[in-house]
Design a protein around this ligand. Structure first.
Ligand code: IMP
Ligand code: MG
Length: 178
């Protein structure tokens, strides 16, 4: 796997420090709110499991899986719910946990779905943000790192299902997906 990485963008230590910081901020902002933390499968699972352990307040978790049609490195904007939540979001303070925001299409769709189900509040925490590629107006409420327009893998992020278990985030060599 290491041979397919062009450059390490964020080390495991950098990621850990940033998540501790996000956990502290979220613990303050959601004090007494028993938030429902929603992991967008599968990419966000590594981030979410670390993040909740840096949150010191009562919370609940749930999972949702969406798939977007399109080629492997670009999202098409047509989003389909593959696995829905088990819990009701009605009157709940929802925190959507994402691995990365690229075009923003996946998240704007999800926010819309949860709003229509009458969540009390819907906010987004994304580990990574590629603002240069946004096609819809969407800003994460909490963000780990803004990154340049490159295809990255590791720490939950994949290419064709692979590389999720790399403990850092690296830029994938272009030859791998060309
Ligand atoms: P969006 O709908 O274009 O914002 O796409 C977001 C989704 O695309 C993320 O949840 C990822 O699954 C995937 N994605 C976007 N950029 C990357 C990347 O650089 N590496 C791995 N997955 C990515
Ligand atoms: Mg994803």
């Amino acid at each position: 796997m290491e041979n397919d990485i062009q450059e390490v963008l964020l080390t495991a230590e950098q990621i850990k420090a940033k998540i501790q910081e996000l956990g502290r901020v979220l613990s303050t902002d959601y004090q007494g709110k028993n938030p429902l933390v929603i992991c967008v499968l599968r990419g966000a699972v590594v981030f979410m499991t670390d993040l909740i352990r840096d949150m010191t307040i009562p919370l609940e978790i749930d999972f949702m899986a969406v798939s977007s049609y399109g080629n492997a490195t670009r999202s098409s904007g047509v989003v389909r719910i593959v696995k829905d939540l088990d819990s009701s979001v009605e009157n709940r303070h929802v925190i959507i946990v994402e691995d990365i925001i690229d075009s923003g299409l996946t998240l704007s769709y999800l926010i819309d779905v949860l709003d229509r189900r009458n969540a009390a509040t819907v906010k987004v925490v994304s580990l990574l943000d590629k603002p240069s590629r946004r096609t819809v107006e969407l800003y994460p409420d909490y963000c780990g790192f803004q990154i340049p327009d490159a295809f990255v893998v590791g720490y939950g992020l994949d290419y064709a299902g692979k590389y999720r278990n790399i403990p850092y985030i690296g830029i994938l060599k272009e030859k791998v997906y060309q």
